[in-house]
Design a protein around this ligand. Structure first.
Ligand code: NAP
Length: 255
């Protein structure tokens, strides 16, 4: 069984949404957690929300798109937590843009944050994870790209599929350091980002989910905890879809 009280976790993009849920999910079982993001204010709000676990929570300002910032983030996390066992490479963006409208800046931004940001965070944390002796990386990918498509998110889908290509090859290199790397593929998760969508859009989303509910950040945290656990020590380079059955139906009416 995993003794979570000795586990030290860094969650990139931990200031809101799924990342905040990941942080809470690890804090609830007794782990020590550092959350990172670009906005100090957002990190401050997150720290308030997670206040009851304050003695085990640390906030680090860092942009994952910058490899030097990732190196500083990794060093700071290691120093504040006294080491590092788990990296949740979660930071990501998903601005919608039709294929015809996509410019160099749109594509560069999404690839730099979602793909390069994942790679830089793993690179920066590798030595600390190796020193842990039970290092784990859990990447937040998506069903969009690896499994499904969504109009307006072609660049995003490409970035989320690219993360899985990275996971599979990195798994081979990281195995030498007893570090596993796996990916969670969330479906539609209720985060602040969905707040502005309106009731009609939410109803259409629910109609596509056999379990007839949106996922929660806690659902993703449970999957991440599995990959981070002792019990998953022989699991690497793998993916876990967490979507309430959204990707299953062969026919629309069977969903
Ligand atoms: P969110 O609510 O917008 O939160 C994104 C987090 O990432 C924030 O903490 C944000 O903080 C941080 N972030 C963004 N760019 C960053 C950068 N360059 N460097 C460091 N931190 C950065 O998004 P979310 O919905 O929770 O999504 C989180 C992850 O889940 C993403 O990888 C997304 O692709 C994936 N996902 C989400 C869903 C969903 O339904 N919500 C479904 C599938 C997959 P700052 O802006 O302050 O930096």
């Amino acid at each position: 069984m995993t003794d979570w009280s000795s586990v030290r976790v860094l969650v990139t993009g931990g200031s809101r949404g799924i990342g905040l849920g990941l942080a809470e999910g690890f804090l609830q079982v007794g782990a020590a957690v550092a959350i990172s993001g670009r906005s100090p204010d957002a990190l401050g709000h997150a720290a308030q929300r997670l206040g009851e676990h304050g003695d085990r929570l640390h906030c680090i300002v860092a942009d994952v798109a910058d490899p030097r910032a990732c190196a500083v983030m990794a060093a700071e996390a290691q120093q504040r937590l006294g080491g590092l066992d788990v990296l949740c490479a979660n930071a990501g963006i998903y601005p919608e843009c039709a294929l015809d409208e996509l410019g160099v800046e749109d594509v560069t931004a999404i690839m730099t944050t979602n793909v390069a940001g994942t790679i830089f965070a793993v690179q920066a944390c590798r030595a600390a994870l190796k020193a842990s002796g039970r290092g784990r990386v859990v990447v937040t990918s998506s069903i969009t790209g690896p499994v499904t498509g969504y109009p307006g998110l072609s660049h995003y889908g490409a970035s989320k599929a690219a993360q899985l290509g990275f996971v599979r090859s990195a798994a081979l290199e990281l195995a030498a350091d007893d570090i596993t790397i796996n990916a969670v593929l969330p479906g539609s998760i209720a985060t602040e980002g969905l707040d502005g969508l309106g009731a009609d859009a939410i109803a259409r989303m629910l109609a596509c989910i056999p379990q007839r509910r949106l996922g929660t950040p806690a659902d993703i945290a449970a999957a991440a905890r599995f990959f981070a656990s002792e019990e998953a020590s022989f699991v690497t380079g793998q993916t876990l879809v967490v979507d309430g059955g959204q990707t299953l139906p062969e026919l629309p009416e069977s969903g």
